[in-house]
Design a protein around this ligand. Structure first.
Ligand code: ZN
Ligand code: ZN
Length: 215
């Protein structure tokens, strides 16, 4: 994999906080844990949430959190000394390897149209984790989201209407985003995604595929 210092798009604090609190569905836990193994910055933040936010969340988990409470926790954490993580690894990150094995070559891909392939991972049903294989220069059909979608780049890079995402980057998409991710021209792109609601594709053919393939 590439130099992980190049990561520009990170997990949002709300996601890290929910991860520390054990409040995320399995598919989201997987993508967070995988990013944390690739990213010193988020790993340090998560460790801070674990030590400070964990205590805080025990007290507040049963009530909805106010904006102030989150801001106060973040301020507290920003004042903590930095926590140095271990070196990133040059293979499939361990959390993901537990689901797919140690090599991306062994994955059983299924076509979902326009050259794009997917492999849905076995997780609890409240959210879906899948690997996406986007051939160089190909696009994932234009789509919006009914829930939250996290996309982590494992190999190659893609761009959409918002930015370019390279290895280790995470895109956080919600209802407000309609996008058409396109893999870089020079290299196939492999991503890990987590979604907590079915995507809604915009043209009739992908919608048909959605019905039959469950994407
Ligand atoms: Zn990060
Ligand atoms: Zn999307």
């Amino acid at each position: 994999m590439n130099d992980m210092n190049d990561i520009k798009h990170h997990l949002h604090d709300e996601i890290l906080l929910a991860y520390s609190a054990g409040a995320l569905p399995e598919a989201f836990n997987l993508i967070v844990a995988t990013h944390l193994e690739m990213c010193d910055e988020c790993r340090a933040a998560a460790q801070a949430f674990d030590s400070v936010g964990g205590v805080f969340l025990d007290e507040t988990a049963k009530v909805s959190m106010s904006k102030d409470a989150l801001a106060n926790t973040l301020t507290l954490i920003s004042k903590m000394p930095g926590i140095k993580g271990s070196e990133p690894q040059n293979k499939i990150p361990n959390p993901l390897a537990a689901y797919v094995g140690s090599s991306l070559d062994d994955i059983k891909w299924r076509p979902i149209g326009m050259g794009v392939r997917q492999a849905v991972l076995k997780t609890s049903k409240s959210a879906t984790a899948r690997l996406l294989y986007i051939p160089a220069g190909s696009v994932v059909p234009d789509h919006g989201h009914r829930g939250t979608e996290l996309t982590l780049v494992l190999k190659g890079a893609f761009s959409d209407e918002t930015a370019r995402f390279t290895v280790g980057d995470v895109e956080t998409a919600d209802q407000s985003l309609e996008h058409t991710p396109m893999a870089d021209i020079g290299e196939d792109c492999i991503c890990l995604t987590a979604t907590d609601a079915p995507l809604r594709f915009n043209s009739w053919f992908p919608r048909l595929a959605q019905r039959f393939l469950g994407i």
